[in-house]
Design a protein around this ligand. Structure first.
Ligand code: G3I
Length: 342
């Protein structure tokens, strides 16, 4: 490329406010030796090229927002539907991105055939084992990490009573990790939860749960701190760091798996700055703990986010606005990554 085309390319990329290749989040994250991820909605990926382009440019880890959930991937007892998950894998592999499988055992998004099926304990064990091993085997060597279980701890720190705990008993979690490990011994297996990122009863409950799994020799290697927060209830960075350190001391890798920071609508410049500060603080906590291997947000652009539907009046929770323009939070993440480089 001669200087004229270089200059034209530079002007063009400025006009679109595109970061230079070396300055994208994924390039900086790679230099910092962590993964930067986003949750992705596959129907949107299939129909919105700008969304696909944004993901491929800025992230090197993708988590399917819904595509691998039980009701989507296993809609009938004897039928699986891998069309969305296969599309995600193809996209991720074409763009040299890792995929995090989400989620094998969760109490939400379960199909009626399962919840209305009146199955015995043994039948449920068979169903869950088959479900886990079908998914993990299909993507063995291609999905590097799995959220094996999610949200099994209640707000008070005690085990949450769910469809699975009632139907199988307290050992359903240990069984799920063992079955996943059998199907892909190389995959990183994670327990993933929200509301226990810093200190408090839920954080302690999660700690006790995963410590117990470790003591039993269950093949768990990571704990996901989801980090769905609002400015007012975001945990203190020092508490997140301390929590990550105690999990790391158990031999577990604590990752930030689903971060978003919801703002009351309409938001304003001050709120967007405060949001940027929360993103920066949580990323810095991750960067300060060597075992924190990835930092993922739950979506990429405010155009597509679960927040407005689930929290009416709240929104603009992600790194890019509805027109895919980087927000202050994006720049704060970028600066924090850059500052961490030698
Ligand atoms: O399946 C129907 C689809 O057929 C229909 O066209 C569509 C129309 O609205 O609704 C579809 O299902 C919705 C699905 O998202 C796909 O859009 C469900 O009603 C809706 O409940 C579901 O919400 C998801 C939610 O989990 C379910 O609890 C969100 O997208 C997803 O972001 C959210 O993600 C969870 C993580 O998995 C676990 N941690 C918390 C996080 C946020 O709740």
């Amino acid at each position: 490329m001669d200087w004229r085309s270089l200059a034209t390319a530079a002007i063009f990329s400025c006009a679109l406010a595109l970061p230079a290749a070396a300055e994208t989040l994924r390039a900086l994250a790679q230099a910092a030796n962590i993964r930067i991820g986003a949750a992705v909605d596959i129907p949107t990926l299939n129909k919105d090229p700008a969304y696909a382009q944004l993901l491929a440019r800025e992230f090197n880890l993708l988590t399917p927002e819904n595509a691998l959930k039980f009701s989507v991937v296993h809609p009938q007892r004897d039928r699986y539907d891998f069309s969305q998950a296969d599309a995600l894998l193809a996209f991720a592999e074409a763009h040299h991105m890792q995929v995090n499988g989400h989620v094998l055992v969760w109490h939400q998004q379960l199909p009626d055939w399962l919840t209305q099926g009146h199955f015995s304990r043994d039948e449920l064990k068979d169903i869950l084992r088959e479900h886990i091993q079908t998914l993990v085997t299909r993507y063995r060597g291609r999905i590097a990490s799995w959220d094996v279980a999610a949200e099994a701890v209640a707000e008070d720190g005690r085990p949450r009573e769910t469809f699975w705990s009632r139907g199988i008993g307290a050992d359903y979690l240990a069984l799920a990790f063992r079955w996943a490990h059998e199907a892909d011994p190389q995959a990183r297996l994670r327990y993933n939860d929200y509301g226990g990122e810093g200190g408090g009863a839920k954080s302690d409950g999660i700690y006790d749960l995963v410590a117990d799994l470790r003591w039993q020799g269950v093949p768990i290697s990571s704990v996901g701190l989801q980090m769905h927060v609002a400015i007012a209830d975001a945990p203190r960075a020092a508490d997140v760091r301390a929590n990550m350190q105690r999990l790391a001391a158990l031999g577990l890798e604590p990752d930030i798996t689903e971060m978003d920071v919801m703002l009351k609508q309409p938001s304003n410049a001050a709120a967007l700055r405060a949001q940027a500060g929360v993103y920066r603080d949580m990323l810095q906590a991750c960067l300060a703990v060597a075992q924190c291997r990835s930092f993922s947000t739950w979506g990429a652009t405010d155009r597509y986010s679960w927040i407005p539907e689930f929290f009416p009046g709240q929104g603009t929770a992600l790194l890019f606005d509805e027109e895919y323009r980087p927000k202050p939070a994006y720049y704060s993440i970028r600066r924090a990554l850059k500052a961490s480089l030698p």
